[in-house]
Design a protein around this ligand. Sequence first.
Ligand code: COI
Length: 356
Amino acid sequence: RRQAISSEAATVHSVSDVDALSGIDWENFGFGLRPTDFMYIIKCKRGGEWGKGELQPFGNLEISPAAAVLNYGQGLFEGLKAYRTADDSILLFRPEENAMRLNAGADRMSMPSLPVDTFLHAVKQAVLANRRWIPPPGKGSLYIRPLLIGSGGVLGLAPAPEFTFVIYVSPVGCYFKGGLAPIDLKVESFYHRAAPGGTGGVKTIGNYAPVLKTQLTAKGKGYSDVLYLDAVENKYVEEVSSCNIFMVKDNVISTPELKGTILPGVTRKSIIELAHSRGYEVLERPVDVEELLVADEVFCTGTAVVVNPVGSITYESRRVKYNNGEVGKVAQELYEALTSIQMGHTEDKMGWIVQL
Ligand code: COI
């Protein structure tokens, strides 16, 4: 079946329906890169305006070895998802939130901000042009990865003379091996992810490679991921390498407050709002690691991980298990509430969905 797509993307080519992607085993695919058809690119000179964006075939970027992103890490990324519904429409989840977070990061990283409308237009074009890669309903989503990078060359330390905004996409399933099964976290008490006054609160690329060392060590010992503590007192919980963290005690939900060292997750914010709307008390406050060890439930949130229950936490020589390896009641409730909105199964009373 061939199906033409609407808007600007249609001028590039028409794409075949998802049925044509018979090579993908939709039952068994995780969170890995699968190159798709198109990427969307816009450029801007330092101090200038953003040019006209365009779809290009997905492929390598040509970039100077002196690019500020390669030499000095002048780069940001975002992550959001598109879902296919049973009636074949496409749903984006709160994309303006990503646009605003990107712009907060751009300010911190001395890069130009991108008008929210330009961001939204770019996301829509990238998704529509790659729509055949959006998994069938219930089988996953299309992960959308916007990047803002200092693509122009510099030698001395300075902002790039040219910036590139690019969006690529990839169909994804569950982030952690084992799907939504509870994960085992190791608390890291030597290395830190972020320091006060640093860049932990923005989605700069440089926040992610440094966590690989501890993550790989932890994975080698059978843990799923690492939980970081604050860099000042080494006792307050901050976040996991790739997601935010929540705990539940006596039906009260707590999550570390945003104080510049924690990523302001869109899923974190949505879970707080959803939990409030369902009558839960939600506290954004310092969470001592000792409290986590006596919590009734712990779960992680993020665009990639969605809502993932935590089955155990290991802190120094202590290991605590939660809910006998089962998904906790609150995590289950909030997971269902969130994903039913994201997938279009429930009416979106929050006004979060953008339908393409
Ligand atoms: C996301 O959840 O979208 C992220 O950006 C985390 C990333 C490390 C996969």
